[in-house]
Design a protein around this ligand. Structure first.
Ligand code: FES
Length: 164
């Protein structure tokens, strides 16, 4: 008596199984991304992390310092009314806006969008929204970044992931 069990599978069936596994893999990744977006991981605590941007005396009134925050290009401005910090990624198409001291504004070189250096609001040009502001604190002779004023900012500019 022959106890061998034979199992036959066609090349077509094997290909279908393989393609099904590949589709399942990608569908799982897409679903996981959507779930992570809808329910981001909770932070360990609500305490803001202070990231030192500069010593106060490094940035005299009327000058700026560029820095990175959450992986995004940003700028610290020392205006007569005090320190301000904004993300530099233009809200139009993601170019990096720059400080124009002679014009007293922040300007995007791509399509000449202009932003108010005190508020980040659009002064002129095509940007649809202000530059994202960063909460800062000045203490112990230094300026620290705390977080984006709009907590959804990083999500909304993920489109520009390569631009910062
Ligand atoms: S990308 Fe800044 S104005 Fe167009």
């Amino acid at each position: 008596m022959d106890d061998k069990i034979t199992f036959t599978i066609t090349r077509r069936k094997l290909t279908e199984i393989f393609m099904g596994l590949v589709a399942l893999f990608f569908a799982g990744g897409a679903i996981a991304s959507v779930l992570k977006y809808l329910w981001p991981p909770a932070q360990a605590n609500n305490a803001a992390v202070e990231i030192k941007i500069a010593n106060v005396d490094e940035v005299p009134t009327g000058s700026i310092k560029k820095f990175m925050f959450n992986g995004k290009a940003c700028v610290l401005l020392h205006m007569p009314a005090g320190f301000r910090a904004f993300g530099s990624v233009c809200t139009h198409l993601g170019c990096i806006a720059a400080w124009k001291p002679d014009e007293n504004l922040i300007e995007c070189p791509c399509h000449l969008g202009k932003f108010d250096p005190n508020t980040g609001e659009v002064v002129s040009g095509p940007p649809p929204s202000p530059l994202p502001a960063i909460d800062i604190v000045v203490k112990d002779g230094a300026v620290f970044a705390l977080n984006w004023k709009d907590p959804n900012y990083v999500k909304t500019i993920s489109f520009y992931a390569g631009a910062a």
